[in-house]
Design a protein around this ligand. Structure first.
Ligand code: RIB
Length: 328
């Protein structure tokens, strides 16, 4: 494959001059331009994507960073980001960070070296300090970690209220909450929504709030322990659906029945919740819409870096399935 260096050499000019001719930017004398164009023609040179990104600092590539690729919420989210990116002619790259700040920073570094055009980030560990040196547009998705960035999320607090209120309506007497990771913004929002509904109840105690880290196994272990210590619990609002699956397993191992002994509501609305036995009642987020809106916002910002930052908050809905008792 012919390189830009060979074009420059044949024309007797520098690589930067060839770049200026290709990008129609900066002054090049008519005589030099002619020499470069002749060289391009003689060598049948075609600038490839890598070369183009080197000249322009643009790669037509967008990256999405997610904390846990094993949780089906994130592939569902990634799918919508990919669809929009592709429809605008962008290549899409997915990076799994394992909730690790070291992995996040390593990816951010590598992606900048590859002249990525924009980033969509789901994170609970990065801060504004980490992103302020990055000179491409960034959208925070699902979790808010830097209020200077455009953000796309769902109404987590309202969703948690819907869940806790529903558990009250179906006559649960003691409702516990299993939370996500401490530093995730939506962990706090969902906890606040739960507290809005239950904090003034006579039975309420913070002992009924335990962490499951948005992780199935950790949630399962935490729930078994919680239910052994507090057999009075008959309602569980679990901060995401994979922890809901962990809750179903924990309760089965304790030889209790869902929803007869205990009702469970998850959060997310991933398709996994339709396949469990019993199926999982959940607060559904519009996952596809969230991802596509984030991608559209990012592309708008790539095209016009000066457009004002936006926060988009999607409504959520309660989907009743078999893991909650029926209303009387
Ligand atoms: O299931 C993963 C969770 O982490 C979701 O609830 C989502 O909102 C994210 O923050």
């Amino acid at each position: 494959m012919v390189t830009i260096r060979e074009v420059a050499k044949r024309a007797g000019v520098s690589v930067a001059t060839v770049s200026r001719v290709l990008n129609k930017k900066g002054y090049v004398s008519p005589k030099t331009r002619e020499k470069v164009e002749q060289s391009i023609h003689d060598l049948k040179y075609k600038p490839n994507d890598v070369a183009r990104s080197l000249f322009k600092g643009k790669s037509k590539m967008i990256a999405l960073l997610v904390p846990d690729i094993m949780n089906p919420f994130f592939p569902e989210l990634a799918r919508s980001v990919e669809d929009i990116c592709n429809s605008y002619g962008y290549t899409f790259v997915l990076c799994n960070t394992d909730h690790s700040i070291e992995k996040e920073l390593a990816y951010l570094n590598a992606l900048q070296q590859k002249s990525v055009d924009g980033l969509i980030i789901v994170s609970s560990t990065l801060t504004g300090e980490h992103t302020k040196e990055i000179n491409v547009p960034i959208i925070s998705l699902d979790r808010t970690f830097d209020t200077n960035l455009s953000n796309v999320k769902s109404n987590n607090r309202q969703g948690a209220r819907l869940a806790a209120e529903h558990l009250k309506v179906i006559d649960c007497k003691v409702i516990a909450h299993i939370t996500g990771p401490e530093n995730a913004s939506n962990t706090e929002e969902r906890k606040q929504g739960y507290l809005d509904v239950v904090k003034d109840e006579e039975w309420f105690s913070t002992d009924y709030i335990v962490s499951g880290d948005y992780n199935m196994q950790k949630a399962k272990d935490a729930i078994k322990k919680l239910l052994l210590e507090h057999p009075e619990i008959d309602g569980l609002f679990v901060g995401n659906d994979v922890m809901g699956a962990g809750a179903l397993k924990a309760i089965e191992e304790l030889e209790m029945q869902v929803p007869h002994d205990i009702s469970i509501i998850g959060f997310d609305g991933i398709s996994l919740g339709e396949t469990t036995t019993p199926t999982l009642t959940t607060v559904a987020q519009p996952i596809y819409k969230m991802g596509s809106r984030a991608a559209e916002l990012l592309i708008e910002q790539i095209n016009d870096p000066d457009i004002p930052k936006k926060t988009v908050e999607f409504p959520v809905e309660l989907i009743e399935r078999q893991s909650t008792r029926k209303r009387r």
